[in-house]
Write a protein that binds this ligand. Structure first.
Ligand code: RAM
Length: 336
């Protein structure tokens, strides 16, 4: 503990004596409009303001495609490279497709931080800011179904892109949890809504029509989760099909109040954006400290973070914290 306090003080002193240039950081989410990414933008801008007040000015830009689209994301990042940013903070729609453009950024000397959804090749980025451990998210979702439906429930999943790094890792973790704790729980199918509302709604309807024995649908994406709830309501199956997943309280408030959804799982996306800016800023300015071979980064008001050399098979990871469950009892305390 004492050692961590010393590192923290070293970082603070470093900040205060630094005579800092303005650096350019661009944040590119999977898509811009949805409450989830808007919340990460809000946190990022808060960090930018704080760092500016500390004498570490940042020229910050949050930009991206308004809808999930891998080609568009690559095109946007590629164009942004012309403006010679110091760092990019990126959430990848596709874990493989973004590798070449991010490698190109790294070759230009740009710091690349992935957040929310990593890429598959760790040499294409410097750090990954993960919201919560993959295992923790998978376990929470499956435990909710076991507890609120039954341990041998028939489940289906509506995911985002088939090549989405975060959703795929959560699905793997869900499968592991089922195997370890609820061997009689059955995964009937996985459908993909590509993080687009209409396609996610259609995927949910397809499941409802094709699998009359489905007990629960899990949507580990903030776009699909409300669409699955909507499809269950439209089919008149409220109370018959349990729906859970990952989305913001603002996305799900309506469905929680209607009683079609009881449990909404997420983390704090405002904090995720905030921490990502602190990591990118520290990486650009050489403010990541190394003690006994381990790196530490200052996460502003969130505290000091260790950089895991390797965590759950991923390299150079900063972990925000545990997942959180929103219910009718607490959802109104949150506005993101
Ligand atoms: C969507 C995106 C994002 C994911 C959230 C839960 O907004 O797919 O990557 O983390 O859902």
């Amino acid at each position: 503990m004492r050692r961590l306090t010393i590192i923290f003080l070293m970082i603070l002193v470093g900040i205060l004596i630094f005579s800092a240039d303005t650096i350019k950081i661009f944040m590119i989410p999977k898509f811009t409009g949805a409450p989830y990414f808007v919340a990460t933008e809000k946190g990022a801008k808060k960090a930018v303001e704080e760092l500016k007040a500390l004498g570490l000015p940042i020229d910050f830009l949050y930009t991206g495609s308004s809808v999930a689209n891998t080609e568009e994301e690559i095109r946007i990042i590629s164009n942004l490279l012309e403006q010679n940013p110091d760092a990019l903070i990126v959430s990848a729609n596709d874990e493989d497709a973004l590798v070449p453009v991010l490698k190109k950024a790294k070759q230009k000397g740009i710091v690349v931080v992935t957040y929310d959804a990593d890429v598959s090749d760790p040499t294409a980025r410097d750090y990954f800011v993960n919201q919560a451990s993959f295992d923790a998210i998978g376990a929470v979702l499956i435990d909710l179904v076991a507890k609120n439906v039954k341990p041998d429930a028939n489940i289906a999943i509506v995911s985002a892109d088939p090549n989405a790094a975060n959703q795929n890792r959560w699905i793997e973790a869900m499968k592991r949890r089922m195997k370890e704790k609820y061997p009689k729980m059955k995964l009937l199918t996985i459908k993909y809504g590509y993080d687009r509302p209409a396609e996610s709604f259609q995927a949910a309807q397809d499941i409802i029509n094709a699998y009359p024995n489905v007990d629960a649908i899990i949507a580990p994406t903030s776009v699909a989760f409300p669409m699955v709830a909507e499809a269950v309501v439209k089919a008149g199956l409220k109370g018959k099909i349990y729906v859970t997943g990952l989305a913001t309280p603002n996305d799900m408030r309506k469905y929680v109040k209607m009683g079609v959804v009881q449990d909404v799982v997420l983390w704090n996306p405002v904090d995720l954006g905030y921490l990502s800016v602190y990591v990118a800023n520290a990486a650009v300015r050489g403010m990541i400290s190394k003690v006994d071979g381990t790196e530490y980064v200052c996460g502003g008001k969130l505290g000091l973070y260790k950089v895991y050399d390797e965590l759950e098979g991923k390299k150079s990871v900063v972990l925000l914290g545990p997942p959180f469950i929103f219910t009718i009892d607490n959802i109104d305390q949150f506005n993101f």
